[in-house]
Design a protein around this ligand. Structure first.
Ligand code: IPE
Ligand code: IPE
Ligand code: MG
Length: 227
């Protein structure tokens, strides 16, 4: 029997190298990456995954050129508008983690609109990590708690102050492109996540990669400190 993860989180990496291999500009890699997102969402839906969280833009990605950052945000905006119908048709609830306040106003409007129209969907929760970094998320959570009375259950209060308060911890964190690091992604929530690294570059990622990762996950022995 296959033990399917409830929550899959993915560090979508390798768009630039995919483009480079093909002698294309980096932007083409990102555009192909958006297609991989579509395929992956579809595969998760077919496989009955409850939560899919995708790392789309980190708090460190502002170090990239202005034009790349601008392109990524406009691609995201187009992706959201283009996927609205599909999300409603397939019961996908859209959500975001990260400090959205620093994103362009037009993109924030699109994000809020899609969040609102999909809020009652209950098949798959698709979360994009946008301007997300665990250290920033933790710092913002601490700031929220500082102005409140010290809670009795500090671990619960802290988890509730994180952007991920409405979702279970990821069962598996997948990273594409052969890099073996977390790059500031879900550091707190991933305390007991299974880690899976694949050499596949993100634009080449698809259902067969996902099924393989789930199979590997299913064969792992999660002990959570017990036997
Ligand atoms: C991942 O691909 C997409 C983002 C981080 C936005 P990269 O753009 O990091 O691709 P590489 O790592 O340069 O190949
Ligand atoms: C991590 O990829 C961030 C996203 C996938 C959005 P990076 O390409 O930014 O990570 P590093 O710089 O290789 O650690
Ligand atoms: Mg990268």
């Amino acid at each position: 029997m296959i033990n399917t993860p409830r929550h899959i989180a993915i560090i979508m990496d390798g768009n630039g190298r995919w483009a480079k291999e093909k002698h294309l500009p980096r932007m083409k890699g990102h555009a192909a990456g958006a297609e991989a997102v579509r395929r992956t969402v579809e595969a998760c839906r077919e496989l009955g995954i409850g939560y899919l969280t995708l790392f789309a833009f980190s708090t460190e990605n502002w170090k990239r050129s202005k034009s790349e950052v601008k392109f990524l945000f406009s691609l995201l905006g187009r992706f959201l508008v283009g996927e609205k119908k599909n999300m409603l048709k397939n019961g996908i609830k859209f959500s975001v983690i990260g400090d959205v306040s620093a994103l362009p106003e037009g993109l924030v409007k699109k994000i809020n609109a899609i969040k609102t129209v999909t809020r009652n969907m209950d098949k798959l929760t698709l979360t994009l990590a946008l301007n997300y970094g665990s250290r920033n998320e933790i710092a913002r959570a601490v700031k929220k708690l500082l102005s409140a009375k010290p809670p009795d259950n500090i671990e619960k209060a802290f988890a509730d102050a994180l952007d991920t308060k409405d979702m279970p911890d990821p069962d598996i964190i997948i990273r594409s492109s052969g890099e073996m690091r977390l790059s500031n992604f879900l550091l707190y929530q991933g305390a007991y996540s299974e880690l899976y690294f694949t050499d596949t570059l993100w634009p080449d990622f698809g259902k067969k990669d996902l099924v393989k990762a789930i199979k590997v996950y299913s064969d792992r022995d999660r002990r959570f400190g017990g036997y």
